[in-house]
Structures are given as structure tokens and as C-alpha cells.
Design a protein around this ligand. Structure first.
Ligand SMILES: [Zn+2]
Length: 314
């Protein structure tokens, strides 16, 4: 994997100055293509870059895909990678295809790992390794990669992306750092509102679809008592569903939260057996490609309303 701060291999394509004037080509006009693997990383990166005419922020995977667990790469993905200046990834093993992707890329490409250095990592529940043993780099050995679904962690990601892009595009580096400060402050403010809501909720125990809400729950002071898919992509067996119903009853769960792009049927069945509400909570793993820059915050505010309506307030 190429180190970020080596800019020697950047694309040398230059973009034309408006009005067709013949201007001397300088480093300042180098076109920068920032390729982001997943929708949430793409959205955060857009808020760091804002409007830089020489920078294009692109999304590699389909916007509606959701978590790319078990994703099979397409020829389009390689095409996008071919013209990228830098690849911004979620990290923590979410991109299980990363090694194959970089191997096939045919050139060394800088990778900006947006989770690098974040210390508050959770581990999958079937792993015994405690979180204080530090960051691990593979989903398969237990790191929960869904930082993006917690605004508190998304704020950390935003700062990482700003700091990572600054040396790659020094012309706009100060802008990225300033935008990173502004956007992470906004996300931290949103996280404060969610933490406050966590303290106001009448019931703080949830059943979720998969581990995507573990960081959000932790940062709001909520408890995930059961997950419908302990391993992403795997449907639970009948025995596992019965066990979840029992646990949800014993732990007095307040609601079952499914996610967009996942079938709701099992979640609804569990909720109805337990006698609680099922509702959709959106981790912003997916969204419309044409989403506005505020999309993440808008969805999180809708989630706040959903949490209030389903779990009640004291
Ligand atoms: Zn996931």
C-alpha cells in the first residue's frame, strides 16, 4: 500500500482554465480525483472538499449498495480506480476487496484510511479481544468497521480525511483543514444532541439488524441486546430467531430496528412476537447518488424522531 504523502505519482492531467485562455500549466491546476469507496465516506469527503474546481470527488461502489460485506468488484470499479489520484477508504476491514483491488489496479495508488488512528474501536461480539488492545485492520478478526453510523465517530473520520487530503493537494490544503474543523464541529454538535436524546429515552435497549449501530448505540448510551444478523449477509436460523425473541423479552428491549436495503420481515416477526415496535433506522450506509451535502445530518435527525417515537421519552 502506497504511503499517502508521496505525491510523486499523481496524475499529471491538467484541467483547462475557463474561457479557453492559454495559461501556463502549474501544479496549482493539477486535476485531483478523490475516489471514495463507500457512500458515507463519499458524503463526508464532499463536505471536506466543498467547491474546488480542480477536484472531483467520486464514489466507487453503488450509492445504494450499503455495507460492502462480501462485495464482488465490477469492471466499473477498476475503471474509476484507474483515473483516481487517491482512494479514500472506510478501513477496519470493511473493504474486504481492497487487496485484490489494489493488486489489479496496475499502479501504486495512495490510500487514505479514514479510520486510521481512531482509538475508540469496538470489536465484534464473538471476539474475545478487548478494545484496549488497539486497532486491528481486518473485519474478519473482529473490528467493527461501522464508525460512520455514529456522528461522533464520523467527526473523527472527517478530520482524518481533511488531514490526509491536505498534503495531497497542497493548493487547497488549508481549505481542507478548515472545512474539516467546521464539518467535524457540526457532526460533534449532532452527536451531542443524540447523546442528550439517549438520556431522555424511556427505553434504551434495542434489537438491530446487524452491527452497524454499535457505535451510535455506545455513543448515545443505548444497549444493543441482540442483532438479527450477527454476521452480515447471513440470515439467522429458526433457533436463532427464537433465541433472539427470548433475549429481547428478558432484556425488555424497546424496539427492533431494521435498516433500509435489508428485508424487514424477520425484524417485524421478532417485534411482533415480543410485542414491541419495529421501525427502520438508517445508518446512512446508502443514499441517493445526487444526495445533498447535508444528507447525513438530515437522515440522523430523522433517526432521532424515529428513536423518540418508538422508544418513548421519560
Ligand atoms: Zn455492515
Amino acid at each position: 500500500m502506497k504511503r499517502l504523502y508521496d505525491i510523486s505519482l499523481f496524475y499529471s492531467a491538467f484541467y483547462c482554465i475557463a474561457f479557453g485562455l492559454s495559461m501556463p500549466v502549474s501544479a496549482a491546476e493539477k486535476e485531483i480525483r478523490v475516489l471514495c469507496t463507500t457512500f458515507p465516506i463519499y458524503q463526508i469527503t464532499r463536505n471536506i472538499v466543498l467547491d474546488q474546481p480542480h477536484v472531483k470527488v467520486e464514489l466507487m461502489l453503488p450509492a445504494g449498495l450499503g455495507c460492502p460485506h462480501d462485495y464482488a468488484l465490477s469492471p466499473q470499479d477498476f475503471k474509476k480506480l484507474e483515473r483516481a489520484t487517491v482512494l479514500v477508504i472506510n478501513g477496519l476491514g470493511l473493504e474486504e476487496f481492497l487487496d485484490a483491488l489494489l493488486k489489479k489496479a496496475g499502479r501504486d495508488i495512495p490510500v487514505l484510511d479514514s479510520s486510521e488512528g481512531i482509538k475508540e474501536i469496538l470489536f465484534e461480539k464473538d471476539e474475545s479481544e478487548p478494545a484496549d488492545k488497539g486497532r486491528v485492520s481486518s473485519h474478519s478478526i473482529g473490528a467493527n468497521p461501522h464508525l460512520f453510523a455514529s456522528p461522533r465517530m464520523a467527526a473523527r473520520i472527517a478530520r482524518n480525511i481533511a488531514r490526509g487530503l491536505a498534503p495531497i493537494d497542497p493548493v487547497a490544503g488549508d481549505n481542507y483543514l478548515a472545512n474539516g474543523d467546521v464539518y467535524s464541529a457540526k457532526l460533534n454538535h449532532l452527536a451531542d444532541e443524540l447523546s442528550l436524546l439517549g438520556k431522555q429515552l424511556a427505553n434504551t435497549r434495542l434489537v438491530t439488524q446487524h452491527g452497524v449501530f454499535d457505535y451510535l448505540a455506545r455513543d448515545m448510551g443505548l444497549e444493543v441486546v441482540a442483532e438479527i444478523q450477527a454476521h452480515a449477509g447471513q440470515e439467522p436460523s429458526a433457533a436463532e430467531i427464537l433465541s433472539m425473541i427470548r433475549i429481547a423479552k428478558e432484556k425488555k428491549a424497546g424496539a427492533v430496528f431494521t435498516e433500509p436495503r435489508y428485508p424487514e420481515k424477520i425484524g417485524r416477526t421478532i417485534a411482533s412476537e415480543v410485542g414491541i415496535t419495529a421501525a427502520v433506522l438508517d445508518p446512512v450506509a446508502t443514499g441517493p447518488l445526487a444526495a445533498g451535502r447535508e444528507y447525513y445530518e438530515e437522515v440522523m435527525r430523522k433517526n432521532m424522531t424515529t428513536l423518540k417515537n418508538t422508544l418513548g421519552t421519560k
